[in-house]
Design a protein around this ligand. Structure first.
Ligand code: NAD
Length: 325
């Protein structure tokens, strides 16, 4: 067992968090992760209304009695989102862990803290981590350039971003982006983190509610199979490199705005990738760790494997390198 500030604070057995993945982080996957001793996180915006989120929270509770959280991502969207209502719905449903991401969560903190919610803020730069600590977040999840979805605009990979964050903030740190196995977990702990966050790796599990064809594609793909889109709009997103992403890049090169690009990148269209198994149906987030995914295990087996591998690196491989004299 690995015990860290994160496992103590969240009441989980293993220092692993399943990242909030739009359309994918639903009750089945979240409960499987939490039952495996890690932390599952539902995504609020997967549900068109706050009431839908509450139903998903109830469904998750029927599947697990272990801690789980809710992700609220505050980034530009094609349609306005009533973020405050989602936050309120999560609080009223008794959620005790909320992960915020995208923008500064300060407006939501008084209500969350009053309700005794542990707030994990996911961000992509040291300056935002410092701000998160200052405004009262309990944990900072630092998301390196390797990550799926939105890595920010600074392009600093985890190998530098994690120790820089550890040198700068005092609250527990979750290392995010680029993690898929026990080597990554051991490395994150060595770099000063208290645990890891994984998204893409959890896509390729039996319980992930996505089409089998996409899971197979994740196993086949290597680490060169992602690309960065939306940079010209300062909302960079790492996605699986397909024809839609290449068309978006071509349009961005011509100076197109969101009015032209929007229909291509729309989440509604991307959702069909997961449900229908057509990798060309839209854009879909995937991290550089696609190169480290070689199978589609049950979640519990994956979590045990990662923790076991990290323990054996810490117990055997590294001490075996120590020589006296
Ligand atoms: P959406 O359909 O509203 O937008 C699709 C994409 O376009 C998103 O990446 C969004 O950030 C971007 N976008 C929308 N309007 C924009 C604008 N005016 N300028 C620049 N970029 C713009 O969003 P969705 O796919 O339904 O997703 C809902 C939320 O979840 C968004 O905040 C999105 O960024 C986020 N998201 C998260 C993940 C993840 O894996 N964590 C994956 C996809 C999307």
């Amino acid at each position: 067992m690995l015990r860290t500030r994160l496992t103590d604070l969240l009441g989980i057995r293993h220092p692993i968090i399943q990242g909030g993945m739009q359309w994918v982080s639903r009750a089945e996957l979240v409960a499987a992760v939490s039952n495996a001793g890690a932390l599952g996180i539902l995504t609020a915006l997967t549900h068109p209304t706050p009431e839908g989120l509450v139903r998903e929270i109830q469904k998750t509770r029927e599947l697990t009695d272990q801690p789980f959280g809710v992700n609220i991502t505050i980034l530009p969207t094609l349609k306005p989102v009533p973020y405050e209502e989602y936050v309120q719905a999560a609080i009223e449903a008794g959620v005790k862990i909320v992960e915020t991401a995208g923008r500064n969560p300060e407006p939501f903190l008084p209500a969350l803290k009053k309700a005794g919610v542990v707030v994990i803020h996911k961000c992509t730069s040291v300056r935002h981590a410092v701000k998160a600590e200052k405004i009262g977040c309990d944990v900072v999840s630092i998301d390196g350039f390797e990550c799926a979805g939105h890595p920010g605009e600074d392009d600093v990979p985890g190998l530098v971003l994690i120790p820089r964050t550890a040198d700068t903030v005092n609250i527990p740190i979750v290392a995010s982006g680029g993690f898929a196995d026990g080597r990554g977990l051991a490395a994150a702990l060595a770099l000063g983190a208290d645990g890891i966050n994984m998204g893409t790796r959890f896509l390729a599990t039996r319980e992930a509610p996505i089409h089998e064809r996409i899971k197979e594609l994740l196993v086949e793909a290597d680490e060169r199979q992602t690309t960065l889109i939306l940079r010209s709009l300062r909302n960079t997103a790492r996605v699986f490199r397909n024809r839609v992403a290449e068309e978006v890049l071509r349009l961005e090169g011509e100076g197109a705005g969101i009015e032209t690009i929007g229909p291509l990148v729309s989440g509604k269209r991307g959702e069909r990738v997961w449900s229908e198994g057509d990798p060309e149906a839209g854009i879909w987030a995937a991290g550089l760790v696609v190169g480290l995914i070689h199978d589609v295990p049950p979640v519990a087996e994956l979590v045990e494997r990662i923790v076991g591998e990290a323990e054996s690196i810490i117990r055997q491989r590294l001490p075996g390198m120590l020589v006296s004299g």
